[in-house]
Design a protein around this ligand. Structure first.
Ligand code: GRF
Length: 211
């Protein structure tokens, strides 16, 4: 069925934008229907992500991130003007305040390159082979997983709540850590999984929030 009002995505990025590209490709190829990318915002100028958006004729804006309250007010205004239904954080490197998050209840999702428990809270995660691993949050979580010596890590898409990297999970997938993995090689394999996961998360959201 494709006769719904399309869900309008606002995608927030800070860098490469390979997950943005995955969403663009899924929409253009018809694998993700009833969804459109209505706005791409980057807090950094000259990112590959912005170039990807422009190449596909998507509205794309560089929003310099200075003082948080003012920057968040500008971002919220943009999201309202562009009538965004779902805010998708893919590689967005700025922490959003509780008052910002509270303006968009269950309307912000984040892609996190580590495994989070179902409700997003707690400090341990039980993998499919039954082992317990720590929950990695904050910066450099791929490195945190490697440094900790876990055999399994993964990526998660979750709702954003005021607590960082701690909201309810929409979907997630495990990825094995290989002998000799570097942060780069492991992150590259995680991204391959993420490109599927982010599309799946938007599909689930769209299904549950038909307009
Ligand atoms: C992803 O690995 C995501 O999990 C993390 O930042 C990375 C963004 O990658 N939050 P890209 O810019 O989409 O290539």
């Amino acid at each position: 069925m494709t006769n719904h009002v399309p869900l309008r995505l606002g995608i927030l990025i800070s860098g490469t934008g390979s997950n943005l590209q995955a969403l663009i490709d899924a929409i253009e190829s018809g694998k993700l229907t009833d969804v459109e990318i209505a706005l791409v915002v980057s807090n950094k100028a000259n990112t590959q992500g912005l170039q990807r958006a422009l190449k596909h004729n998507l509205p794309a804006i560089y929003l310099p991130w200075k003082e948080r309250t003012e920057s968040e007010a500008r971002l919220a205004a943009l999201l309202h003007v562009f009538e965004i239904d779902l805010i998708v954080l893919v590689g967005w490197m700025r922490i959003l305040s509780a008052s910002f998050v509270d303006q968009f209840p269950r309307r912000i999702i984040n892609l996190h390159p580590a495994l989070l428990p179902d409700d997003g809270t707690g400090n341990t995660y039980t993998t499919s082979d039954g082992s317990q691993i720590p929950v990695f949050r904050g910066l450099h979580v791929v490195k945190q997983a490697l440094d900790c010596g876990v055999k399994i890590t993964g990526s998660t898409v979750h709702y954003v709540t005021p607590e960082v990297d701690a909201g309810p999970v929409i979907c997630r997938e495990e990825v094995k850590v290989e002998e000799g993995d570097s942060e780069e090689s492991l992150h590259e394999r995680l991204k391959l999984v993420e490109h599927r996961l982010i599309v799946e998360a938007v599909r689930v959201f769209a299904r549950e929030n038909r307009l």
